[in-house]
Design a protein around this ligand. Structure first.
Ligand code: PMP
Length: 408
């Protein structure tokens, strides 16, 4: 009954296929620019010093056990997560207009939000979720799995390798009223292109006038600029403006807790006399969804993050670690651009330093990407995205020369 016409062979996940090809390559100069995980200057995974400190603290606690967490997760973690993304003095927190559940990292938070919306957002009407073109490909799968129709709004301009702002606004204006608009809070994946604060204000205006529902995906707070408040600005602005919205928050990148799956989902409602009752009802339904999906979330990553978020000294150390990561990435952006300009590589390369966060959309074509792989053992996704974290002081010149060769 599971014959090929019922269960056809699915294509391999492109990113995981790329990783396998990189591992098979025996060339000593090979460069991995596919992986979306931070690497230090020796191309090695980096355990944040603050995570080591929190880990020691956790394991010296004689009361540590392996009991279940509550359905909504570790309360110290979810409340600190609210403060982190919304700001400590957020009116939404003061007015009890937020409910939060610990999730299986950012992916689980996007999923829980999508599942909730599929059940409760304007039921029995045609609701479409709009993603930036391009976006993190998993958005399509996650929203598709809960039967929400998906569409895209223009985002990246191939000409400027920056934001195609007018086209984006035009598309949000012409989307059916009440659409779900998924927005990357900062360090857009895969392009590295973020709206300016003035552009965010205009985006908020259009979303308000079209009664759209904003859904923020935040996977890089503190990792983009090194400044947590700055990277959280867009979400805080929307909340200040009184929007009702969802937030999917990941701690994979900014804590280097990739495999521990620490994340949080927040639902914020607008200020009104019914806000508290809305939050209570929404929270009760989210708890039922969570129960049927995972029963209760995993403890370790949330315990580590919670120790750091709730301790001023550890928090300050975390901010220093964030600056180490974001600073090294910015150094690599500057070094790559400088090398390409020094080589006189055809094209313009200002976008390398204009873009922000872990990824850069280089503008390299699929043919050039394949040439880089075959001739120079450099691995990146076919859309020309590179993970800046894969570059370091030892390979950035090699990579620049390989790009130069591939585009000539
Ligand atoms: N959203 C975006 C835009 C991302 O880039 C990522 C990480 N690749 C995630 C969500 C979620 O990742 P995770 O489940 O590892 O937290």
């Amino acid at each position: 009954s599971f014959s090929a016409d019922v269960v056809p062979q699915a294509p391999e996940d492109p990113l995981f296929g790329l990783m396998a090809a990189y591992r098979r390559d025996t060339d000593p100069n090979k460069v991995d620019l596919g992986i979306g995980a931070y690497r230090d200057d020796d191309a090695k995974p980096w355990v944040l010093p603050v995570v080591k400190l929190a880990d020691e603290k956790l394991h010296s606690d004689p009361n540590l056990n392996h009991e279940y967490l509550p359905i909504a997760g570790l309360a110290d973690f979810t409340s600190a997560s609210q403060k982190l993304i919304l700001g400590g003095d957020s009116p939404a927190i003061k007015e009890k207009r937020v409910t939060s559940l610990q999730t299986i990292s950012g992916t689980g938070a996007v999923h829980l939000g999508a599942l909730f919306l599929s059940k409760f957002y304007r039921p029995n009407t045609h609701r479409t979720a709009y993603f930036s073109d391009p976006t993190w490909p998993n958005h399509f799968q996650i929203f598709g799995n809960v039967n929400l129709p998906t569409a895209t709004y223009p985002y990246f301009s191939k000409q400027t390798k920056g934001l195609d702002f007018d086209a984006m606004i035009g598309s949000l204006e012409s989307a059916p009223e009440g659409s779900i608009i998924v927005l990357h809070a900062c360090a857009h994946n895969p392009t590295g292109v973020d709206p300016t604060q003035d552009q965010w204000k205009k985006i908020a205006q259009v979303i308000r006038s079209k009664k759209h529902f904003p859904f923020f995906d935040t996977a890089y707070q503190g990792f983009a600029s090194g400044d947590l408040a700055r990277d959280g600005w867009a979400i805080r602005y929307f909340v200040e403006q009184g929007f009702e919205l969802c937030i999917a928050q990941s701690y994979a990148k900014n804590f280097g807790l990739y495999g521990e799956r620490a994340g949080c989902f927040h639902f914020v409602t607008s200020p009104s006399s019914e806000a508290e009752s809305t939050i209570a009802r929404v929270a009760s339904q989210l708890a039922i969804l969570q129960r049927s999906e995972i029963s209760n979330p995993p403890a370790y990553g949330a315990r580590i993050a919670s120790l750091v978020l709730n301790d001023p000294e550890l928090f300050a150390e975390w901010e220093r670690n964030l600056q180490t990561m974001s600073g090294r990435i910015m150094d690599m952006r500057r070094a790559l651009r400088a090398k390409l300009e020094e080589l006189g590589t055809p094209g313009t390369w200002n976008h390398i330093t204009d873009q922000i966060g872990m990824f850069s959309f280089t503008g390299l074509t699929e043919a050039q990407v394949m040439k880089l792989r075959n001739d120079s053992h450099v691995y990146m996704t076919k859309n020309g995205r590179i993970s800046m974290a894969g570059l370091n002081t030892k390979n950035v010149e090699y990579f620049a020369k390989a790009v130069d060769k591939a585009v000539r």
